[in-house]
Design a protein around this ligand. Structure first.
Ligand code: XMP
Length: 326
């Protein structure tokens, strides 16, 4: 990563006009950097890579090749949204790889959190690398590096990014949003016409649901987690909490408790709700969720999700609890 510094006089991008100006400048810059060569981008569907993709599609169209790797640990509907927005709406050159089986087979019986992260990160690079080597004439690699990534590159976040790519990839980098803060990336994304559900999304860890399906991941428990998480997100959206809470999700531990359903014994996993507010993810506070909504969420999850028979609420701030459970 280049050691660049944001110029002091650079205006914070807060309006559509400022965003449009930035977009025009970047289009010119990217075109003169890239010429008629091809650019490769790992498109996770997160805010940063999505905004870079939309910007580059505008600048160089089909010269951009996006690769979306579905590691099987995405939230419900996420990969589908990437395909819908980028392939169908923006007519991008998008390669979609469903690598679910590769990841889940490797993760089978692996319970240790850091080992799980390493496997996911390592396999991601492998899959991406394999795809890249099938393509011809790629000269550039685009990345959704943003300014905090540069500021924190020696710090906590360094080990976080699953998208860390092989050192020996001989590409020149294209990093059009590297001087922007997150809020500016969102304003630029909106100006580029990306849907709010993509631009305003909460942070989502690179290893995805892998660090929320606690312990050794099984397909049935992962599916239960994905469905329960989708219900939580839907209810937060409906009740306006999506704009008030910084990060909210479900974690599902790998133990069962006894319950009863349809007058029969029903053993199931608990779904743990975590909803936190923070500015920098270094510390976090607990967001109050109205009890009525908690009851609705509990009813929906326990009746709609196969395998879940209890819903719990995590009230632990950070410190002492980290935001994720693993
Ligand atoms: P913790 O759990 O350390 O999380 O309090 C702080 C923030 O970082 C996110 N997080 C990750 N992001 N890869 C990522 O890209 C990871 O392995 C990872 N682990 C935690 C977490 O979601 C929270 O926003």
């Amino acid at each position: 990563m280049d050691l660049v510094r944001r110029p002091e006089e650079m205006v914070r991008i807060t309006t559509k006009e400022l965003a449009d100006k930035f977009i025009d400048e970047q289009i010119n810059e990217v075109r003169s950097q890239v010429g008629d060569k091809k650019v490769l981008l790992a498109l996770s569907g997160g805010v940063d890579s999505s905004v870079v993709a939309a910007l580059l599609i505008k600048a160089i169209g089909k010269q951009l090749v996006c690769v979306h790797v579905n590691h099987g640990l995405m939230r419900k509907g996420e990969s589908e949204q990437v395909i819908e927005v980028f392939r169908n709406q923006l007519d991008a050159n998008l390669i979609y790889i469903d690598a679910t089986d590769r990841f889940l087979d490797l993760l089978k019986d692996v319970a240790e959190p850091e080992k799980k992260r390493k496997i996911i990160g390592g396999e991601f690079i492998k899959v991406f690398d394999e795809e890249a080597s099938k393509l011809e004439g790629i000269s550039f690699l685009a990345q959704g590096t943003i300014y905090p990534d540069i500021l924190e590159s020696d710090g906590v976040k360094a080990h976080h990014n699953v998208g860390g790519l092989p050192e020996d990839m001989q590409f020149e980098l294209v990093e059009p949003v590297k001087l922007l803060y997150k809020d500016e990336v969102r304003v630029v994304g909106k100006a580029l016409g990306l849907p709010a559900s993509m631009v305003d999304r909460q942070p989502f860890p690179g290893p995805g649901l892998g660090v929320r399906c606690l312990g050794a991941i099984t397909r049935d428990r992962l599916e239960a987690l994905r469905e329960a998480d989708a219900i939580l997100r839907e209810e937060f959206d409906k009740n306006g909490l999506n704009t008030k809470v910084w990060q909210y999700f479900i974690a599902v531990p790998d133990f069962k408790s006894v319950g009863v359903r349809d007058s029969k014994r029903y053993e199931g996993w608990p779904a743990i709700i975590r909803a936190v507010n923070t500015t920098d993810a270094m510390t976090a506070t607990i967001e109050e969720i109205p009890y009525e909504l908690l009851h609705t969420i509990t009813n929906r999850i326990t009746s709609e999700v196969e395998g879940i028979n209890r819903v719990l609420l995590d009230l632990t701030p950070k410190p002492v609890g980290t935001i994720e459970w693993e």
